[in-house]
Ligand binder design. Structure first.
Ligand code: ZN
Length: 137
């Protein structure tokens, strides 16, 4: 069982009462509509965007974003928030096509910065919990 000390929200005490840092980093993201060599079919507007900050999607006032394009992008966002191997395609690839095969819109996912997040502020599962991996026997 972990107990938060309330200091910065990221210093916790483990079972033995030792203070430990439970923080980790996530990238903030900007997701924006960009043009390609084909016209848009959907209501995309070049430059429309939203931001990913922790678990939140933040939309600038007055902006809109196609729910169909959003559905194609959503599964990738948690991966783009995390550190990835330099050789991983998730590190290098930033453009996602609109799921309408006739639409020329692309969406670019840009890592804009990093934020520090506290494990204890994002879950009730303790750090020492079973991570779900199978034990090698
Ligand atoms: Zn489209």
């Amino acid at each position: 069982m972990f107990e938060s000390t309330g200091i910065l929200g990221s210093i916790i005490k483990n079972n033995q009462g030792f203070a430990m840092d439970d923080s980790f980093e996530l990238y903030d993201l900007k997701v924006e509509v960009v043009a390609s060599d084909r016209p848009f079919v959907c209501s995309h507007r070049e430059g429309d965007c939203f931001y990913v900050q922790g678990e939140n999607l933040v939309f600038p006032e007055g902006s809109s974003f196609s729910m169909y394009a959003l559905s194609a992008i959503l599964p990738l966002l948690p991966a783009k928030q995390r550190n990835t191997d330099p050789n991983d395609w998730m590190t290098t690839d930033a453009y996602i096509a609109c799921p309408d095969p006739n639409c020329g819109a692309r969406v670019r996912i840009i890592r804009t910065g990093k934020r520090t997040v506290s494990h204890s502020e994002t879950t009730v599962v303790p750090l020492e919990a079973d991570d779900g991996t199978e034990e090698q026997i």
